[in-house]
Design a protein around this ligand. Structure first.
Ligand code: FVH
Length: 293
């Protein structure tokens, strides 16, 4: 988006890692006055050349803008950076896009509230190269008022979804979605290890794997209905059946000299539910094993 001549809100961006730098670039493209700060000097050169203002200190950055965006390594680095400038943040809006747990986001929301700082927690469901493209999705939770006022600004980065007043909600969705992503990639790597052991390239396997997994995601609504209703007695693959399938995959994996690690993880959940007496019920019951903690 290009500057349309309308005055845009000033933004301070703290943290110029791979993600922070791109977030700042898109804000500059959209015509926002942007002040940037990074712990290690030298990561702002291109941004300053493009019009960003360099802040030598965190205090200088936060006092230069009405909206302060943090995109740092983790919750500890956010605390380390913001705690000394709590008083300077009063009356401003803080948007933390750092990946944190829901309780860490709630802690920051409480800390901000005590100091008269409006807080939104954000979660970036995109890689740096996707920022600004239609497929980039960002989640927000916390102050509804702040979200409403910043929506246009947020859409500079990607689609903006408000997940409610609970400061931890965006983080919860973020990490729940990432859980599915990481286990999917682990499963893909496991399958790739099996076929490459027989001389097939991972590239060839990727096409087939993507086709199957894409089709399988179409089953999610049915699985979700079973989970929401808590009734695992309907039609579907039984736990006993799944245990046999997983055992066969594990043996095939061993035959190929490949670690069956990802399959063993699922198998342990299935066997625990069989042990608890639910062998004839639907395999979606592994959800109950996970909920039991
Ligand atoms: N990159 C990605 O694909 C993912 C996509 C999903 C969301 N994540 C999260 O975004 C946060 C930042 O990620 P990043 O990719 O920009 O991370 P880095 O390139 O490693 O940059 C980290 C910045 O944090 C600064 N930093 C680290 N520790 C401290 C500290 N104690 N005090 C102040 N700043 C700190 C670091 O500064 P420096 O090392 O250059 O001095 C970088 O600016 C992250 O939560 C992802 O999970 C990105």
């Amino acid at each position: 988006m290009k500057n349309d001549g309308v005055t845009k809100g000033s933004v301070a961006l703290l943290g110029l890692g791979a993600m922070g730098r791109v977030l700042a670039e898109r804000l500059l493209d959209a015509g926002h006055p942007v002040t940037v700060w990074n712990r290690t000097p030298g990561r702002d050169t291109e941004l300053v050349e493009r019009g960003a203002r360099r802040a030598e200190t965190v205090r200088e950055a936060v006092t230069a803008a009405t909206t302060v965006v943090t995109c740092l390594f983790d919750h500890a680095s956010v605390r380390e950076t913001l705690e000394p400038v709590g008083a300077d943040l009063a009356g401003r809006t803080l948007v933390d896009l750092t990946t944190t747990t829901p309780n860490e986001a709630r802690w920051l929301g409480g800390w901000a509230e005590e100091r008269g700082i409006e807080h939104l927690d954000g979660a970036i469901m995109a890689t740096p190269s996707m920022i600004g493209a239609p497929e980039a999705s960002l989640l927000y939770s916390g102050s509804a008022e702040a979200f409403g006022r910043h929506r246009t600004l947020f859409e500079v980065w990607g689609s903006a979804t408000y997940d409610g007043a609970d400061h931890g909600a965006a983080s919860l969705f973020d990490l729940a979605l990432l859980s599915g992503m990481y286990t999917m990639f682990t499963g893909f790597a496991h399958g790739a290890a099996m076929v490459t052991s027989a001389g097939v390239t991972a590239e060839e396997f990727a096409h087939r794997s993507a086709r199957l997994l894409s089709a399988m995601t179409g089953v999610f609504p049915m699985t979700a209905k079973v989970i929401d209703e808590g009734d695992y007695t309907g039609p579907g693959q039984s736990l006993e059946w799944t245990a046999t399938a997983l055992d066969t995959i594990a043996r095939a994996s061993a035959e190929q000299g490949v670690s069956p690690g990802p399959i063993e993880m699922t198998r342990a959940l299935v066997l625990a539910q069989i042990e608890a007496g639910y062998g004839n019920e639907n395999s979606d019951r592994i959800y109950e094993e996970l909920r039991a903690g």
